[in-house]
Design a protein. Structure first.
Length: 204
């Protein structure tokens, strides 16, 4: 029969288990996130300024903050990306509870929901680029403890996968016929529990 672990060692293991559990369930990071802060920092509503925002951008308010890692290929999410995300959340709420992770759009449907009345090839390409911005730009939320030395962080992207039907080159389509977009499960799990307020006041 083996001897039980020393008390201090057992406490250390318990602490490690608690730390691992905290990382695997980043609820408090999502719940403490202010949506207005995310909107103002993840999205740039000045198209010209958005082109100048590159690389890794860090914001901190007291013991919490976020890091935005801009897509080097598609750039900083701007006005159209914001409207596309509103359309995704709107479609999710229209599907009803328990809210699907993935929603699908025809090109015309997504264009209309994103406020586009013209359905030309350039509009199609801009929508494609906006979706890629949402998929490729990453967010890292971080939260320090009272000492200011120990932190928790969680890194994710709002759209985790996308699928398209279109024509032209795969990497730069001249026309999108349909798109299927999947939101990150942490956002959806939080939304289903009522912890995540959807942008623009749509939903619970």
């Amino acid at each position: 029969m083996t001897n039980p672990l020393p008390h201090k060692q057992k406490i250390g293991l318990d602490n490690e288990a608690a730390d691992i559990n905290a990382i695997s369930k980043p609820d408090s990071l999502i719940e403490e996130l202010q949506i207005v802060r995310l909107e103002g920092r993840y999205f740039c509503f000045d198209r010209h300024e958005a082109k100048n925002r590159v690389g890794v951008l860090q914001y901190r308010d007291g013991n919490r903050g976020m890091v935005i890692e801009v897509s080097p290929r598609y750039g900083h999410p701007s006005i159209l990306a914001y409207k596309v995300l509103q359309a995704v959340f709107r479609k999710v709420t229209l599907e009803g509870k328990p809210y699907p992770d993935m929603v699908s759009f025809s090109y015309r449907e997504l264009s209309r929901m994103a406020g586009r009345d013209v359905f030309g090839g350039r509009d199609s390409q801009q929508l494609y680029e906006a979706i890629r911005q949402l998929e490729d730009t990453k967010i890292e939320l971080f939260l320090y403890d009272d000492s200011g030395n120990v932190f928790r962080s969680f890194r994710f992207n709002l759209i985790i996968s996308s699928g398209f039907i279109g024509s032209g080159e795969v990497t730069s389509p001249t026309r999108i016929k349909a798109a299927a977009l999947t939101l990150h499960p942490v956002i959806m799990d939080s939304m289903r529990r009522g912890h995540f307020a959807i942008f623009n006041g749509v939903g619970a």
